[in-house]
Design a protein around this ligand. Structure first.
Ligand SMILES: *Cc1c(COP(=O)(O)O)cnc(C)c1O
Length: 400
């Protein structure tokens, strides 16, 4: 264990002479050629690339239907609208997630009800069940960081109460629960292809489901409320929106999808190395897995610090780690219900909302870093471990 001076205090950083972390997004000649081919074809709108991507992505997730759309945000809103969820309804969501999970509910006129996460950083099934009221119309767990929620429990709760489980799978491209793909573990699910995500076209999203009628409604809503394929162009049967993906985006996504299986394996391998190493360091706890997860996407690598046991605060750890060359962050700064927008939601008062596990993650314990670091080499993973050990060995220096 290195006891040399922390970079934060003028010592040599562990990663001073190393090559930089992998870039994101990444592309090669495949993307370049695919984009040029679409450009020169003149077919830029809803054509063979979009159709091919939807087919490929449905098959990748093991879904009967995939409807591409403009973002994960629009995908969530469209699913809720397609399920007929609106004013007077409630949807149970976790408070430790990107804001879109909850604002999708508000944007269809319904109320997001927050239930806390558990040690897995994902919605706690027991607390979600306890939050069910006669107005509850769906539960929307998030596979946070790529860690798949306990979908056996969620499906059992959903069936018992007659409410659909909608998977926010925006961190879980290719994730599998006992061999079955995320997005179709519950009633339906949605994905994001925004630029930070593990496959990307800058922006983009997708809905997957095995429910043909729901798929048809979503497809109509994405495309201006149009009727089924073959119906006249200016024939609108639903109050839809324009959330279509372009041919350029679909062409990019087809290329990105080719790289994904290999990247997913590499991220899993590197994350497993880190999990084992961090388990040996008192005061650090990696996000727990589950033996029912048979393929795990890592969008984020999540880690908790116990400041009493580790010997310094989360803020001190993050600062020291960054100075050593490990870009780790403290994650979300507050639970979603403390975001200013929730202070003026009509008909619901969030001021008494209190989810202690999420508050602990936000204010004291949670840390994460982005998936592209997991595409680096084995030796880079050892640098991360060495940085954590160096900070641990120098906590006396960090105490106020
Ligand atoms: C990224 C993300 C979304 C929204 O996706 P966009 O494509 O950025 O609109 C929704 N939920 C979660 C958990 C996300 O990380």
């Amino acid at each position: 264990m290195s006891t040399s001076t922390l970079a934060l205090h003028g010592g040599a950083p562990i990663r001073s002479d190393k090559k930089p972390w992998p870039d994101w997004p990444i592309h090669d000649n495949r993307e370049r050629d695919a984009l040029l081919a679409v450009l020169e074809s003149g077919r830029w709108f809803y054509d063979e690339q979009v159709a091919a991507f939807e087919k490929a992505y449905a098959s990748f997730q093991g879904a009967d239907h995939c409807i591409s759309c403009s973002s994960g945000t629009s995908a969530g809103e469209i699913i809720l609208q397609a399920l007929g969820i609106g004013p007077g309804d409630e949807v149970i969501v976790p408070p430790y997630t990107f804001v879109a999970t909850a604002t999708a509910v508000l944007r269809v006129g319904a109320i997001p009800v927050f239930a806390d996460v558990d040690v897995s950083w994902c919605l706690d099934p027991d607390l979600a069940e306890a939050a069910i009221t006669p107005r509850t119309r769906a539960i929307m767990p998030v596979h946070f960081g790529g860690r798949i929620c306990d979908m056996d429990r969620f499906n059992e709760i959903g069936e018992r109460h007659g409410i659909p489980i909608i998977e926010d799978a925006c961190h879980s491209w290719g994730g599998q629960w006992e061999g079955r793909g995320t997005g179709v573990l519950g009633r339906c699910g949605f994905f994001s292809f925004q630029v930070s995500k593990n496959i990307t076209a800058g922006e983009g999203g997708a809905i997957v489901t095995n429910d043909a009628a729901l798929a048809a409604r979503c497809r109509s809503l994405v495309n201006c409320g149009r009727g089924e394929a073959g119906s006249p162009w200016y024939h609108h049967v639903n109050v839809g929106t324009n959330a279509r993906l372009t041919e350029f985006q679909a062409a990019l996504l087809l290329c990105q999808l080719q790289r994904l299986p290999e990247q997913t394996l590499l991220r899993e391998e590197n994350a497993t190395l880190l999990n084992h190493a961090f388990e040996q360091i008192d005061g650090l706890t990696p996000q727990p897995g589950s033996n029912r997860i048979t393929r795990r996407a890592y969008h984020l690598y999540c880690l908790q610090i116990d400041e009493e046991v580790f010997g310094c605060s989360r803020e001190q750890f993050v600062q020291a780690a960054q100075a050593e060359g490990w870009p780790v962050s403290a994650g979300y700064p507050m639970p979603l219900y403390r975001q200013p927008l929730f202070a003026h939601v009509k008909g619901h008062d969030y001021s008494a909302c209190h989810c202690p596990v999420t508050e602990d993650l936000c204010y004291k314990r949670g840390m994460w870093f982005m998936h592209q670091l997991l595409l680096a080499d084995n030796t880079d993973m050892h640098d991360i471990v060495a940085i954590a050990e160096k900070i641990k060995a120098n906590t006396a220096e960090l105490r106020p």
